[in-house]
Write a protein that binds this ligand. Sequence first.
Ligand SMILES: O=C(O)c1cc(C(=O)O)c2c(n1)C(=O)C(=O)c1cc(C(=O)O)[nH]c1-2
Length: 233
Amino acid sequence: MTAVLGTDFVATLRAHSQRYHDAHPFHVRMNEGRCTPEQLRGWVANRFYYQEAIPRKDAAILSNCPDVDVRRRWIRRITDHDGSVPGSDGEPGDGGIEAWLRLGEAAGLTREEILDHRHLVPGVRFAVDAYVNFCRTRPWVEAVASSLTELFAPDLMASRLAAFERYYPWIEPSGLEYFRNRLTQAPRDCSHALEVVTTYCLSAESQAAAVDALSFKCDVLWSQLDAIDKAYP
Ligand SMILES: O=C(O)c1cc(C(=O)O)c2c(n1)C(=O)C(=O)c1cc(C(=O)O)[nH]c1-2
């Protein structure tokens, strides 16, 4: 376990921005407009496996979490991705998974080829499965800490949106709704996650475990892109 060495806990978590996947060469090329249509489609199809896994890992966190106040707020993440229950305020089609499928269609993929995982490469499957497994099997506060990469996501979403509009006009702009939604969802989600972690992680050991969980998650995101980068040279 990595020691937090007396530095401020939140600052140590935030410093993980240095290891965030915005700096991965694949993302750098994407945001500089240097990805081919095939590379972008490969990324969209593979990232769908991550999108599908997010509500499942959030359900694992809920099942391990004894704090009703945390559960009441955390559950929102599941409907954000899965869509609303029919007959409630929203529609089943209004979730992130559906929005990602629409992104895929806007980029020229069919729903079938995204849903049946024919493009999924082993390294992405391994990385995503490792994240779900981590959240199922580790203490729930560590699983919450592992979601804190979202602290760094809004900047990346904003530059990705600008890059897609500017460099990839062949992707229909309506397909970019997923990223627009995350601009508000990610800050809301990560401020809750940060509140949970700072409330529950009061000992040096628990803080070190939270930092390690965030490190692990940075590796998950980076490994996904390594695998995608290799598959679509
Ligand atoms: O496209 C991205 O770069 C990116 C990164 C991350 C992240 O930092 O984990 C998430 C998302 N997107 C995302 O869309 C999303 O819903 C999400 C949920 C979580 C999480 O760990 O709970 N991370 C992310």
